[in-house]
Ligand binder design. Structure first.
Ligand SMILES: [Zn+2]
Length: 240
């Protein structure tokens, strides 16, 4: 049993339990994914700020039965404003929260994924338009920090530098020469641009041109890694 009573974290979701309770899901730098039982909170306006995706909170907690964390009190430190007023930003906010949390460990440090989500939330608060490469860049960084980034610069099968024609196969570990295996055809130029986006800080990469790649290349890889789709992807897909 580790962890102190006080924790600063980002709200990444919650689940209703029974009539009035909720399980609050957080992402923190120190402890990765954290779940907290929050009792008698539904309908409580005092706690409303706690149940907003992307809100920064400071919680006080205690161990309950079975060692699960129980929420004692909480303070809202900040949260989305601009990202609450625009449907595309709302969708991107939900996706970023779910993505970073899904790839983070439970009860283990996740400083980079936590920092990435903070940078993503900052980007969504900035006045600049969110370019089409922002989400793939986020996916690439999140996969990298989780140690799961697929091969995009060298062949996943033979390890040599990629050259056309290139295919992508999650099961094979990413991109590969068409001669080295099967998969969906992808453009080498698109993969190279994705590698640039992966290495560019989110705030600087917002204006990168669209990638010449399937829209959900990395999103699909995340689904394959997790064995389930991210729920928040549906809204982004609906928005086109
Ligand atoms: Zn090869």
């Amino acid at each position: 049993m580790t962890g102190s009573a006080e924790l600063d974290a980002i709200v990444v979701g919650w689940v209703d339990v029974g009539e009035s309770d909720r399980i609050l899901r957080l992402l923190s730098a120190e402890e990765g994914r954290v779940a907290l039982s929050a009792r008698r909170v539904r309908g409580s306006s005092r706690m409303a700020g706690l149940f907003e995706l992307g809100a920064a909170v400071r919680v006080q907690r205690a161990r309950g039965r079975g060692g699960h964390w129980v929420l004692r009190s909480a303070e809202r430190l900040g949260g989305p404003r601009r990202a609450r007023e625009d449907l595309e930003r709302i969708a991107l906010l939900g996706y970023g929260c779910e993505l970073c949390a899904a790839l983070a460990p439970e009860a283990a440090a996740a400083e980079k994924l936590h920092g990435l989500l903070l940078a993503w939330l900052d980007l969504l608060e900035a006045p600049a338009a969110i370019g089409p490469t922002a989400r793939p860049a986020l996916e690439a960084k999140a996969l990298t920090f989780a140690g799961l980034m697929p091969a995009i610069t060298r062949c996943a099968a033979c390890g040599e530098a990629l050259e056309e024609p290139v295919v992508f196969d999650p099961e094979a570990g990413g991109a590969l020469h068409a001669r080295c295996g099967g998969g969906a055809p992808v453009r080498l130029g698109g993969l190279r641009a994705l590698e640039v986006a992966r290495r560019t800080p989110l705030a600087e990469g917002a204006g990168l041109p669209p990638l010449d790649l399937p829209r959900w290349l990395l999103g699909g890889f995340v689904t394959w890694q997790l064995g389930r789709p991210l729920q928040s992807r549906a809204l982004l897909e609906a928005l086109g």
